[in-house]
Design a protein around this ligand. Structure first.
Ligand SMILES: [Zn+2]
Length: 289
């Protein structure tokens, strides 16, 4: 029997599912959104997304509680939701040591997230070094929030892509992900990806809330921005699809990539192929080999 051509695996590399998410009725893309593992999986299924990377929030009261929550979500999603933990290096070396001890004992951990713009530190701050050394030992990526902060209390000077260049050079064996394509410093982000083979960028967070009056034009602008970044780099293999759910609807975020004026092969890589390689994910859909 001839085999039907299969759609490549899709991976959403930037999701948040946490009881510490702030003000869901206001920030969620829809006020009545089903903000549960079940709700997320149903939305992933509707958009043919196989895996989701869950980034823990800096609002979690402790690393241990954040990690425990991520593990529970992952277990109840039959491994389709992949945990990424976070720690605030400005809380001192003891806090970082405790986080490292927890991470060392967790074989399911898929990466570490840093929030420089929210916690006021540069990625090249010496307090971050033990985290980068852990990422090197464990061969997991370091995802770095970049660009605009969701709250006006953040300090975006810490969140510019250029601030990551020094560690990208010093830690060539560590892979970094510039979240949100550094928005609004998207050209700076593209340069970092172009120059550093160990730097990726995700496409999450390029859109405001869907209720914004200029939302449709924002989608068109985001499309141009992602296309320009890919063209600047000259290759699509270090760009990752991400939604920043629950801020954005998965359908809108997937459509953004599907509508890019790029060859289908490149869109498929951005939607999942690159993430599968980065996070070492099997193709586990029914009928896959
Ligand atoms: Zn996010």
């Amino acid at each position: 029997m001839p085999r039907r051509p299969r759609r490549p695996t899709r991976v959403d590399t930037h999701l948040h599912l946490s009881r510490w998410w702030n003000d869901l009725p206001r920030t969620g893309y829809r006020p009545d959104l089903d903000y549960t593992v079940r709700g997320l999986l149903a939305e992933m299924d509707r958009n043919a997304i196989e895996y989701g990377v869950i980034l823990q929030l800096h609002e979690a009261p402790s690393v241990a509680e954040g990690l425990a929550e991520a593990r529970r979500s992952s277990a109840s999603a039959n491994g389709r939701l992949l945990p990424v933990s976070t720690v605030d290096p400005t809380r001192g070396p003891e806090e970082v040591r405790r986080a490292l001890a927890l991470w060392e004992r967790d074989p399911t951990l898929k990466g570490v997230k840093l929030y420089p713009g929210y916690q006021s530190f540069y990625p090249h701050d010496p307090r971050v070094e033990p985290i980068l050394e852990f990422a090197h030992r464990r061969n997991v990526p370091v995802l770095v929030h970049q660009g605009d902060t969701l709250t006006p209390g953040g300090l975006v000077k810490y969140a510019r892509p250029i601030e990551l260049d020094e560690v990208a050079v010093r830690y060539r064996d560590v892979t970094f992900v510039l979240c949100h394509l550094g928005n609004p410093w998207v050209h700076e982000a593209a340069e970092l990806v172009y120059k550093n083979e160990n730097v990726y960028a995700d496409t999450s967070g390029l859109l405001a809330h869907p209720s914004a009056p200029l939302f449709d034009r924002m989608v068109a602008q985001a499309r141009r921005v992602v296309e320009q970044a890919v063209v600047t780099v000259g290759r699509s293999d270090r760009f990752l699809y991400g939604s920043d759910w629950p801020l954005e609807e998965l359908r809108v975020a997937v459509d953004l990539i599907e509508s890019l004026d790029l060859p289908a092969e490149d869109r498929a890589k951005i939607l999942g192929g690159n993430a599968r390689r980065l996070f070492h994910l099997p193709d586990r859909r029914p009928g896959s080999s």
